[in-house]
Ligand binder design. Sequence first.
Ligand SMILES: [Ca+2]
Ligand SMILES: [Ca+2]
Length: 133
Amino acid sequence: MESLQEILQRPLSEKEADCVLKLRDTNKDGVLEKKELMNDLRPSKLQLTREQIKEIFLEHDIDGDGCLSVSELSKAFNFMGSSLSFHKARHGMALADCDGDGLISEEELDKLVDYFEKTNKKCLKRVVPTRSV
Ligand SMILES: [Ca+2]
Ligand SMILES: [Ca+2]
């Protein structure tokens, strides 16, 4: 699985470019300025609004069925810099999938955003982030 750093080393697909723009374009004018590119994007410093998190999840609906599968979730977590993204995707799925169909629909997405925010806060509490491979 690729990290954001690895993704940025190759040409981006249009979806990925949109996502990067969303993460980087802090003043939302659709143009990436040098100082925006220089922002530290480590997860603990990512200040995403709920709407942004939602949009990023929705943009990872790779097969376009309007729902997020575990593998799509895991890519989204990975994109937002989460470690253990697959584990978190499965955990988030278990928490947010109310009807148990194994997919996150748009109505279920709110719970997933809650989960993402919770796991991100946990990261913040850690004084020294551990990097496990
Ligand atoms: Ca999908
Ligand atoms: Ca569901």
